[in-house]
Write a protein that binds this ligand. Structure first.
Ligand code: HEM
Length: 595
């Protein structure tokens, strides 16, 4: 980067000055100022030149770019508005000296990310989320700058698909079905804690798939710790004025000691590096537990993903940190996203009861009260299918499409330059909120997916939404998430009336705010109260019966882990007086802790 070089040159110049004529201090300072000024002018000229060739955007200032105009919260709305003002679906916004391209409509996203998927497979260089986090050892942040990196990424993608790809997920239907029966059972017993039940469900599903162990209680720390960690990561990764963003502009700052002010707020994130070792230890424990099971029990459950991975490790030469990242991703990418989507569904039911009632009438006619819906009912439930699509569209959890993509070569869109290695981000908020493609976008209206409906519009893909990203980087867990969301939404609509909270003394309903969402790049509704009650006595009995049977069926996955993320390090350190480190090949070893 030009400014990095300028800083180093300035430093070298000063050393030379000091070593030679021993000039007065003021001369040295003057020289520094002069060089710095020249560096800034040249750098700014370069910014303006790039700006003249890139998609339209507000005028950047030297060094800080457009950062100062970023709102404190929800920058995706700001980008949506800018795109409308500038009359261009694709815009450039300078975060510091980093030109980021924001795609604000489905058709441009399709044209860029899908039609040119081959050159948009990489991630950009990301300091905070990538290099200071998991970088090239994690699929989510992996860059592709050469053939070796492409092959490395391809292996990770393949391994992820072994676990949760389209071919594998049918095998997880029984798990999702039973776990969602437990959600209904829990909603009956403790409706107030609906968010916790949904978090438990999502975490348990990925835990069984990944580690062969179910998460039976919402008090299990794996839930609270993983979800809290993901929410922190999601907050840090939102473009903003915060100090960490400075690191993206001046990567050299990342080389300074951790107490420097620009690392403020990254403390917990730094510890997350330890997440590697935690998930690796958890994985080893899971493989041991699985190997100890009698063969009949092993045959009755899907092979835990960690077992498959450990068996493939030698073939693919997978070091410990990469194994950890692959297993940790199930929790990291799969738990918060899936549960947040279901919390959004609950909010939609409260705010748009007419859609809920219409879906319930359809389910009643097909399924009846004596059993809950199953995927096999899906062809007879077109409105429910549209309802689930609308849940994904209306308030998509990965609101800026997860991580940015980055072209591996210079590209053009409508004659504008998108330079190689730049950040290109799909603004899913704006894409799903565009009233040309989704008239009355804030209205939860499943019928918009039905041809002939006045709000139906064409869309560039068959699904009708872009919630899971694009091209070759599209979410690896999409099939699993869609399958699980469908069964849970279907069962909860069949079983419950989900209404706005009504004060028992005054009888007044509490309004819900369909715009009150969290600020992270994985968003979910702000906490709200609601009333969840079984629809009929017959249905209540069916929920109880199915729930008890599901608990029985899931017993095979019951198990305990002795590890907790929050205490893992203290305990391991105290016990072993050793600390985990990676060797040059990326293998995990333990070294003695000094003192
Ligand atoms: C409702 C649930 C989910 C949503 C909305 C979602 C959304 C996304 C999005 C938008 C991306 C970025 C795509 C892109 O760069 O174009 C992504 C990536 C990813 N997701 Fe998901 N996701 C969900 C659930 C899951 C689950 C259940 C898993 C795994 C069990 C998972 C694993 C991943 C992985 C590994 C990536 C990185 C892929 C790569 O960079 O090549 N996700 N997800």
């Amino acid at each position: 980067m030009f400014a990095d070089r300028a800083i180093l040159e300035t430093y070298a110049f000063l050393r030379a000055q000091a070593a030679s004529a021993n000039p007065s201090t003021s001369n040295v300072w003057l020289a520094i100022l002069a060089i710095a000024a020249v560096a800034v002018v040249v750098d700014y000229a370069h910014m303006l030149y790039l700006r003249s060739r890139m998609p339209p955007g507000p005028l950047p200032l030297p060094i800080v770019g457009n950062t100062l105009s970023l709102p404190k919260n929800k920058p995706w709305i700001h980008f949506e508005n800018l795109s409308k003002e500038l009359g261009s679906p694709v815009i450039t916004f300078w975060i510091g000296r980093n030109p980021t391209v924001w795609i604000n409509d489905a058709w441009s996203a399709h044209e860029i990310f899908e039609k040119k998927a081959q050159i948009y497979t990489s991630r950009p260089r990301m300091i905070v989320f990538g290099e200071l986090g998991s970088g090239q050892s994690n699929l989510v942040t992996m860059q592709i700058r050469n053939n070796a990196e492409r092959e490395h990424w391809r292996i990770h993608r393949k391994l992820m698909h072994l676990g949760v790809g389209v071919q594998s997920v049918r095998g997880y239907r029984a798990i999702q079905n039973n776990e969602s029966k437990i959600v209904a059972y829990d909603f009956l017993r403790e409706p107030k804690e609906y968010v916790k039940h949904l978090e438990r469900y999502a975490t348990s599903v990925v835990s069984i798939i990944g580690f062969g162990r179910r998460v039976a209680s919402y008090n299990d720390p794996i839930i609270t710790e993983v979800i809290a960690l993901m929410q922190l990561a999601a907050d840090l990764n939102v473009p903003g004025k915060s100090f960490p963003m400075l690191l993206e502009t001046f990567p050299i700052l990342a080389k300074f000691p951790w107490f420097m002010p620009w690392f403020k707020g990254l403390g917990a994130r730094r510890k997350q590096k330890g997440g590697h070792y935690f998930f690796h230890t958890l994985a080893e424990e899971a493989v041991e537990q699985y190997d100890a099971k009698p063969p009949a029990q092993q045959a009755a459950m899907p092979t835990p993903y960690v077992k498959t991975l450990f068996d493939s490790a030698a073939q693919y030469n997978l070091p410990a940190d990469e194994l950890s990242a692959l297993t940790g991703n199930l929790f990291g990418a799969g738990a918060d996203t899936s549960s947040s989507t279901l919390v959004t569904f609950v909010l939609a039911c409260c705010a748009f009861p007419e859609a809920m009632h219409k879906a319930q009438a359809e389910i009643d006619a097909v399924v009846g009260p004596l059993r809950s819906p199953h995927w096999d009912d899906s062809p007879s439930l077109p409105y429910l299918n549209a309802f689930v699509k609308e849940v994904f569209r209306w308030r998509s959890v990965a609101i800026i499409g997860g991580q940015p993509h980055s072209p591996t070569q210079d590209d053009t869109w409508n004659g504008y330059l998108i330079p190689a290695r730049s950040w290109v981000q799909g603004n899913v908020w704006a894409i799903h909120h565009n009233d040309r493609d989704f008239p009355e976008p804030d209205r939860f209206h499943p019928d918009r997916y039905t041809e002939g409906d006045p709000l139906h519009r064409p869309f560039p893909n068959d699904k009708g939404y872009m919630t899971f990203g694009w091209g070759r980087r599209v979410c690896s867990g999409q099939a699993l998430a869609e399958q699980g969301t469908w069964i849970t939404v279907a069962r909860l609509l069949w079983g419950f009336d989900i209404r706005k909270y009504r004060d028992p003394r005054t009888g007044e309903e509490e309004e819900v705010d369909i715009f009150a969402f969290t600020n992270g790049l994985n968003m979910r509704p702000q906490p709200f109260r609601c009333q969840i009650t079984a629809r009929t006595e017959q249905i209540r009995e069916s929920i109880l019966r199915e729930g008890e049977q599901a608990l029985e069926d899931l017993k095979i996955h019951d198990g305990e882990s002795k590890y907790r993320m929050s205490t893992f390090y203290q305990k391991e350190k105290k016990k072993l007086k050793e600390e985990p480190v990676m060797d040059e090949k990326g293998n995990l070893t333990f070294v003695k802790v000094e003192g």
